[in-house]
Design a protein around this ligand. Sequence first.
Ligand SMILES: *Cc1c(COP(=O)(O)O)cnc(C)c1O
Length: 370
Amino acid sequence: MGGLAEHVAAVRAALPAGVELLYAMKANPDPAILRTLAPYLTGFEVASGGELRHLAEALPGTVPAAFGGPGKTDSELDAGLATGVRRFHVESTTELRRLALLATARGTVADVLLRVNLPFAAEGAALVMGGRPGPFGMSAEQARECVDLGLPGVRVRGVHAHLGSGLAAPAAADLARAVVGWAVGELDAAEVNVGGGMAVDYADPTARFDWPGYGAALGDLLAEFPGRVLRIEPGRALTVYCGWYVTEVLDVKRSGDEWFVVVVGGTHHLRTPAAKQHSQPFRVRSRARWSPPYPRPVTGSGPLTIVGQLCTPKDVLARVPDAAALPAPGRIAVGDTIVFGMAGAYAWNISHRDFLLHDPPLFRYDRPEH
Ligand SMILES: *Cc1c(COP(=O)(O)O)cnc(C)c1O
């Protein structure tokens, strides 16, 4: 976990002191990861009653949580009140009314940020969560209505927006500026959470989001709107680099002009490439020794697809246009190890792990040497 702690420490150091850093735990809720991140965070963004319970188990004591997510049930909201959730990210007028009733019944007041779907284009976003009709959050008019209602049991402190994911730093900074300007100008928001969605590049595992550039832009915003609290809640960009999925080549075969490499495991362990329709970055480690009494199958030239053990053509982990152009050792043979990188976010925890009832992967917590 050394790499993860170093990475989050650098992210924290790149942000102005006035910016609060939450971790969106849906990216990877592994307890060891939560504990490694915690010292560098203001708190966690949870998006379900299950995540709330999980956080309390992984980090006993009062861990500051912001409770977001579309579709929170009354029992989830009430659990949030019972466990002292710091902020509720409310998604609609109706949810605000339900929360107000529950809080009043408990004789407490819930601190709320209104999740707004603002008409700002998230330039270059991979996943657009706002700026057009959608299930997340409320319109600007509905947000004003929530404030005007003046309900007992809730205190509207400001605005929450998460309008896209896969944003490079300049686009994320522009979006933050637009959101904060609107929130302060229209609702006199004391707090603004501008969300997560900081870009990671699966095609270039060495690339990093420009945290210093983004931090400087947030610093400018704090100077422009003094006295306001600014908060961000990245998920993927914090943990994706700290996980590897290590597997072994079970078979190599030729079909037509193409090569297929079958590995132990598949997208039931690492669903990321299926979910994002990309090639998961990987490295090959050759196994030198070969003892079976038959020839060792090995790739040649031509298109190559790395697949898993599932009985579906969608179980694809990576594609390479020409196997002859593979980085060293330049080929893949049965018995080799394949190390998939960038498996620390939206990987095992989003995988359809019960499909075909294969064994789960083993987990190791250390710093692989490769
Ligand atoms: C998923 C999500 C995040 C984190 O997104 P990343 O792309 O992992 O940074 C943050 N906030 C909300 C509301 C989300 O739904």
